[in-house]
Design a protein around this ligand. Structure first.
Ligand SMILES: Nc1ncnc2c1ncn2[C@@H]1O[C@H](COP(=O)(O)OP(=O)(O)OP(=O)(O)O)[C@@H](O)[C@H]1O
Ligand SMILES: [Mg+2]
Length: 317
């Protein structure tokens, strides 16, 4: 794909998801209940993006931080198993790896996250040698990375000066303050990937049209993810909605947005037309809904392209 060592470098948060299923009742204070099924899986938007993009065939490196603990080992071995380069991941003895405990009960769920290393990872722990060897920089999860946050604008600016292209997915703000200086960050972002709820919250708008009016002057290409309705690309002031490749038997939509980003960026780096990147993003997001969790549908490149062919008649050209 290129003479640089990596196609994409991801800077982001790392955590595990401990998912408890088949509980008899919902947890109550002071009582112990049983969950008849349990899964420990790779969590975090940034890691799911890196993992699925690598599975598609891109050379991906990850820069982030975990604790020097078992969950950190698990995160790193999960990324390794998808051939993501992890030399840029700092292991810190003074904090724990981030973890989310998810309790599912019928259609409802409760989640508790310990941010750990996700909150202490800072700009001065970023390995610039890896960035210099990459064609494209992706950053996700602005709000949960409370230490890195203040450096993100500068990191994007410096990466652009080094000749990289860039993409950014803000993700949800668990604190719901939605404080971000988009005017400072957006000029250095080629692809901006919020979902609809996020762009409305960030711009304090009640409609997408209103939100776009506020950010368009500073932005490059914006793609707004809209769940099972699909996604809208905005370029040169024109918005175009591409309906989802609707999966009527969704297993879950965990990581569908990150998989969308992976599909879009994969084709973007092959210089495909934006319309093609957009379609491929929607398709890869749909593939993600066919198996459990964020990476379940991405066991290998062959498997993904088999699903693409069987479900959507897609053949690589
Ligand atoms: N039922 C579905 N069938 C097919 N595709 C879907 C379905 N639901 C969502 N998608 C695809 O997934 C994409 C991303 O979904 P969504 O809008 O939930 O992103 P997100 O909220 O950023 O997700 P994430 O939880 O990964 O952050 C959509 O743009 C659409 O293309
Ligand atoms: Mg998202």
């Amino acid at each position: 794909m290129s003479i640089k060592k990596y196609d994409v470098v991801v800077i982001g948060e790392l955590n595990v998801d401990l998912i408890l299923n088949k509980t008899d009742v919902f947890p109550e204070i002071g009582k112990e209940i049983l969950a008849r099924q349990m899964n420990l899986v790779l969590g975090s938007s940034s890691a799911i993006f890196a993992s699925n993009l690598s599975c598609l065939g891109a050379k991906v490196a990850f820069i982030g931080k975990t604790g020097a603990d078992l969950f950190g080992d698990f995160v790193i071995s999960s990324l390794h198993s998808k051939t993501v380069d992890t030399t840029g991941i700092v292991r810190d003895r003074s904090c724990s790896t981030g973890a989310t405990v998810v309790v599912n009960f019928n259609e409802d769920r409760a989640m508790i996250t310990h941010p750990g290393a996700m909150e202490t990872f800072s700009g001065n722990e970023v390995n610039w040698e890896i960035i210099r060897q990459s064609r494209h920089l992706h950053i996700s999860s602005y709000f949960i990375q409370t230490s890195l946050q203040k450096n993100i604008g500068d990191i994007f600016r410096k990466a652009k000066q080094l000749g990289l292209t860039t993409s950014f997915d803000p993700q949800w703000d668990p604190a719901e303050n939605w404080k971000i200086d988009l005017d400072q960050i957006l000029p250095d972002i080629d692809l901006f990937f919020p979902n609809e709820a996020e762009i409305l919250k960030i711009t304090r708008s009640s409609t997408v049209e209103d939100a776009l009016q506020k950010i368009k002057p500073a932005a490059g290409i914006i793609v707004i993810k809209q769940g099972n309705r699909g996604s809208t690309i905005v370029q040169d002031g024109k918005a175009h909605l591409l309906p989802a490749f609707l999966n009527k038997e969704v297993v879950d939509a965990i990581g569908a947005g990150d998989s969308f980003n992976a599909g879009f960026v994969y084709r973007f780096l092959q210089d495909k037309p934006l319309e093609y990147c957009h379609r491929f993003g929607n398709m890869i997001a749909a593939v993600s809904t066919t198996a459990a969790g964020g990476t379940g549908a991405f066991s290998g490149r062959q498997e993904v392209f088999t699903v693409l062919k069987e479900k959507y008649g897609y053949e690589e050209n």
